[in-house]
Design a protein around this ligand. Structure first.
Ligand SMILES: Nc1nc2c(c(=O)[nH]1)N[C@H]1C(S)=C(S)[C@@H](COP(=O)(O)OP(=O)(O)OC[C@H]3O[C@@H](n4cnc5c(N)ncnc54)[C@H](O)[C@@H]3O)O[C@H]1N2
Ligand code: MOO
Length: 404
């Protein structure tokens, strides 16, 4: 059967097949503070307790002894400058948030609940000193605890955790990020909206795809726009060099000018699969040339975005070492009825309302306006029956890239 006539690959099968083709790239040792956006390649064990001592969580006074009316203030424990002695019965020290509890300090009275005259302290009527204002040693984690699992993305919070766990001045072993080349192809494309003719189209996909790939890539090389000729495509593929992932946009369908498949063939790439039962994005193709992976995305801008989101980003995350590279789906209620689905798994651009998710009115696969307004992709499985308002539907959050 010719590739044109073979039935399209079901969406989930295609995602699984693609993931099976990717192996995480090697590792590299880089300064911990530069690990933003990287993936851990092994569990990370803390090198210290956090906090390393019992600390005060509030500004106030640390007290020793119970059942007395007044305390004698004998000094101060400030953040980074602890009170050096042991507190004795009836003694108190001024203490600030984050400062170490003095030895013998049992409870904290808040500054606003303390009545102080000279070095005498009494607690205000109705208030009480409490041990709950003490952050105990190891409250966050203990030395040896695995604070980040394997294959976790280091975002800002994880980066702070790495520093807090004792790796501030050291290096971490993280996954290497892939090199990416993005080629947009099409005779009608122009990079210059000022001088182009009305029959031309601004080449928006290349910029969009490069922006999507950038957080997961060591480098992104943009090539084109290039003409729909075998020569121009051959030249563009040569320029892609040894990029780990080559992404093309346009020319993936079966039109007379759709030359991506024959060009890849001439370049020495072997087709793995082509055409997915998804809407938008049916003409997606996947090919390999040695260790290089080629994703041929459809030219329609929304099709290009959705296929990049569902296939390219998972590939990049997997190569970078992600344990869970596929976008996560959440069930949310529908804000309005939706018709029965077609024979392809459909990803409907939707907005988030107070009562749930609502499909946007414009679903054409060229409509960037609706895509830019969308908060979510609503998933409608192939042949799913009509869905009523209030029913739960699978939803992908666009803002988070589907991974949080
Ligand atoms: N007879 C059939 N025709 C089509 C089929 C089919 O199965 N049989 N599939 C349709 C589907 S679905 C899609 S999606 C499109 C995609 O086809 P291509 O990947 O070959 O895309 P092009 O024809 O090159 O372009 C489609 C559309 O997108 C615009 N475009 C292309 N590149 C860019 C870019 N870099 N930036 C902005 N816009 C771009 C292009 O001008 C076209 O308007 O095929 C259907 N046809
Ligand atoms: O699947 Mo195409 O991507 O409908 O426009």
């Amino acid at each position: 059967m010719s590739a044109e006539r073979a039935p399209p690959v079901p969406f989930d099968v295609a995602q699984d097949r693609l993931m099976a083709l990717c192996r995480p790239l090697g590792t590299e040792l880089i300064p911990s503070r530069e690990c933003l956006g990287r993936y851990t390649r092994a569990g990370l064990a803390a090198e210290r307790d956090q906090p390393a001592l019992d600390l005060s969580a509030m500004d106030g006074y640390a007290l020793c002894g119970e059942g007395m009316e007044t305390w004698r203030i004998v000094g101060e424990s400030a953040a980074g400058r602890p009170y050096p002695e042991e507190l004795l019965q009836g003694e108190a020290v001024r203490i600030s948030t984050g400062a170490p509890m003095p030895r013998g300090g049992e409870r904290i009275v808040l500054k606003e609940d303390a009545i102080v005259e000279g070095n005498r302290l009494v607690t205000a009527p109705g208030s009480e000193a409490s041990a709950r204002h003490i952050r105990r040693r190891g409250l966050d984690f203990h030395a040896g605890d695995i604070v980040l699992g394997k294959g976790v993305r280091i975002g800002p919070a994880q980066l702070a955790l790495v520093i807090s766990a004792g790796f501030g001045s050291g290096r971490l072993t993280v996954g290497r990020l892939p090199g990416v080349a993005v080629i947009d192809s099409g005779n009608e494309l122009s990079d210059d909206p000022i001088t182009m003719t009305p029959s031309q189209i601004p080449a928006s996909n290349g910029v969009m795809l490069a922006a999507m790939a950038a957080p997961f890539a060591a480098s992104v090389k943009r090539i084109g726009p290039v003409a729909d000729t075998m020569e121009a495509l051959a030249d563009a593929l040569d320029q892609a060099g040894d990029a780990d992932v080559v992404v093309t946009s346009g020319g993936a369908s079966i039109g007379d000018h759709d030359l991506v498949r024959p060009s890849l063939d001439a370049w020495g790439a072997r087709l793995d699969f082509w055409r997915i039962a998804m809407k938008p994005g049916k003409p997606l193709l996947v090919a390999r040339r040695g260790n290089q992976l080629v994703l041929g995305l459809p030219g329609n801008p929304v099709s290009s975005f959705v296929t990049a989101w569902m296939f390219l980003l998972p590939v990049l995350r997997r190569l970078a070492g992600a344990a869970a590279p596929l976008p996560e789906m959440f069930d949310l209620p529908l804000a309005e009825d939706m018709p029965a689905a077609e024979t392809r798994t459909e990803f409907v651009r939707g907005s988030l309302t107070r009562t749930g998710v609502a499909p946007l009115g414009q679903q054409d696969s060229s409509a960037l306006g609706a895509l830019a307004r969308a908060d979510v992709l609503i998933r409608r499985d192939a042949n799913a029956p009509e869905a009523r308002a209030g029913e739960m539907v699978g939803t992908y959050w666009l803002q988070t890239g589907g991974i949080a």
